[in-house]
Design a protein around this ligand. Structure first.
Ligand code: NAP
Length: 481
């Protein structure tokens, strides 16, 4: 019998009236857990509990809040192996990738725990005699956090830790496809002794909970990561109440490969960024734009490398790529492969759902490459969120930049080159929030601002010192002595 994971409201684990299943996408006969189907009433109770807990939590010193975040990190670290395995079982990414993500969540709690002793404000000289002026940070209040399935522990961590260190109280709504990793963070918060009502967890359908959450009276802000469709709806709803809002949404990220790049490293970086985590990273490369002079050679090498990638259950050693997260994701990937066939002809690698033997148990699909893709094809413009790569030819660097920027999205982008001037041209001209040079487009750390531009994002950036901009307000003081 699978475990049941209840919602957590006002410091109590609520026995659920009804539950939904969290299944392993590599083996759909395995139920990873049963999760409570949250209701609008629970959302309102949680919002009231968070409001009631706010004064006490905000009134605690920031270093004391930081000490509790350190405890959360220690608890997560004690369960490191278990958390990695659970994530692979609920989301499908390979065990090394899952453990890397757990490590990142631990580091995030330590990083923001440390910020409790810094809590950056301003202290500047006044033009007036014996006037002291400064600005301190204050929490904004009750914050709703809505997270996607693809980074089931890192994204809840990078929203929750800065929200808490700033003194806010929260309602966390995890993705229904992978709620267990977020639940483990909340369990760690409980075990660490974070006071009741400060952290509340409500699983269940986004349609039901999302609407109740955005309408909950005490709510002051919403931080959301997920699709553009839901993000845009939330933005409209939140604006009606003037809620503060932060949206991290879709992408269609390019990697530009120039003729002067370290060839083998570029092949490896593109294969990694396009296909690892089944192409389900928001920063994954889904368009590679290759300079004409090396186009054929690069394409051959990339296809050869891609054909060597092994797809399978991420729990097994030697697997490079796990399954798509669920039937809906698989259907979308297969739909776009069909669109790709019509637009660009037969794929040079992949193109099929994997079947037979253990493949029949899950949502496995071959890493797929379409070549000769042009700018306005749907597979060059629309987010697929799977292991499907569009390869495009550019005449030169300027042409590559034009193609790269011809897109409504602006999350991440990468250039592979050994020419330092081109590197800086890329940095200045690329319309994206996250840039990498001679690295995969995916693979960010937590110490710097994270987020995109154009249709990919809205509101202040996440992570690093930038996280304070969303989760706190300034209070500015002029003091005559
Ligand atoms: P999604 O369908 O938008 O879901 C994201 C979250 O929103 C889930 O918790 C979902 O709950 C919830 N939700 C659904 N409908 C809602 C509503 N009406 N009101 C409030 N919440 C609602 O996105 P996803 O499929 O989980 O994630 C994939 C997308 O996330 C991709 O577009 C990807 O690019 C994007 N992403 C972006 C970043 C970034 O940093 N820019 C990072 C990761 C992922 P349910 O699960 O219950 O439906």
């Amino acid at each position: 019998m699978p475990n049941t994971y209840p919602n957590y409201i006002n410091g109590e684990w609520r026995t659920p009236a009804s539950t939904f299943e969290n299944r392993n996408p590599a083996n759909t006969s395995e139920i990873v857990g049963l999760f409570a189907k949250g209701t609008a009433q629970e959302v309102n109770e949680a919002a009231d509990a968070a409001q009631a807990a706010l004064a006490g939590w905000a009134g605690m010193t920031a270093p004391a809040r930081g000490a509790l975040l350190f405890k959360v990190a220690d608890i997560l670290e004690r369960k490191f192996d278990q958390l990695g395995e659970e994530m692979t079982r609920e989301e499908g990414k390979t065990l090394p990738e899952a453990k890397g993500e757990v490590r990142r969540a631990i580091n995030i709690f330590r990083y923001f725990g440390g910020e409790g002793s810094r809590m950056p404000g301003f202290l500047v000289p006044s033009e007036r005699d014996r006037v002291q002026m400064f600005a301190i940070r204050k929490p904004i209040g009750v914050v709703g956090l809505i997270t996607p399935w693809n980074f089931p522990i890192a994204i809840p961590a990078w929203k929750l830790a800065p929200a808490l260190i700033c003194g806010n109280t929260v309602l966390l709504k995890p993705a229904s496809a992978s709620p267990l990793s977020a639940w483990r963070i909340v369990e760690a918060c409980h075990e660490a002794g974070i006071p009741k009502g400060v952290v509340n967890f409500i699983a269940g359908s986004g349609g039901t909970i999302g609407e109740a959450l955005v309408k909950a009276g005490p709510l002051k802000a919403v931080s959301f990561t997920g699709s553009c469709e839901v993000g845009n709806w939330l933005h409209a709803e939140a604006s009606k109440r003037r809620l503060r809002i932060q949206l991290e949404m879709g992408g269609k990220n390019p990697t530009i490969v120039l003729a002067d790049a370290d060839f083998n490293a570029a092949v490896e970086n593109v294969a990694n960024a396009a296909f690892f985590s089944t192409g389900q990273k928001c920063t994954a490369t889904s368009r590679v734009i290759v300079e004409e002079a090396i186009y054929d050679k690069f394409l051959d090498a990339l296809v050869a490398r891609t054909k060597k990638l092994t797809v399978g259950d991420g729990m097994k050693p030697g697997i490079d790529i796990g399954p798509a997260v669920d039937q809906g994701a698989l259907d979308t990937i297969l739909k776009y492969i069909e669109i790709g066939r019509q637009e660009a002809g037969a794929p040079l690698a992949g193109g099929n759902r994997l079947t037979g033997g253990d493949y029949d148990k899950g949502y496995f699909v071959e890493p797929t490459i379409f070549a000769g893709v042009t700018e306005n094809m749907r597979i060059a413009q629309e987010e697929i969120f799977g292991p499907v790569l569009a390869v495009m030819k550019a005449k030169d660097f300027d042409d590559a930049m034009k193609i790269a920027n011809n897109i409504p999205f602006g999350l991440s982008a990468s250039v592979q080159t050994s020419n330092v001037s081109r590197v800086f041209e890329f940095i200045h001209r690329m319309e994206a929030g996250l840039l990498t040079v001679n690295l995969p487009s995916a693979g960010v750390e937590y110490q710097l601002p994270f987020g995109g531009t154009k249709d990919s994002s809205f509101g202040p950036k996440e992570q690093g010192p930038a996280a304070f901009e969303f989760y706190s307000d300034y209070k500015t003081v002029y003091l005559k002595y």
